[in-house]
Ligand binder design. Structure first.
Ligand SMILES: [Zn+2]
Length: 63
């Protein structure tokens, strides 16, 4: 898990720091780093990860 500050707020405590799962193989969710409440669902997780992963990746060739 990595702890990042996101443009999201926990619906429980209002914290804006979340733990992101590293292993995407797991059925993991984003959870609040403060109260560990699971505030984000899979759809939000996609948006969060896309916002976090800013490192340039080589585009995959479309065969
Ligand atoms: Zn929280």
């Amino acid at each position: 898990m990595i702890s990042v500050t996101l443009d999201l707020t926990c619906s429980v405590c209002g914290f804006s720091r979340f733990l992101l799962p590293i292993h995407q193989l797991d059925d993991a969710n984003v959870c609040c780093a403060n109260c560990a409440a699971y505030t984000c669902k899979a759809l939000d997780l996609e948006r969060v990860l896309s916002a976090v992963q800013h490192k340039p990746q080589t585009p995959q060739p479309s065969l």
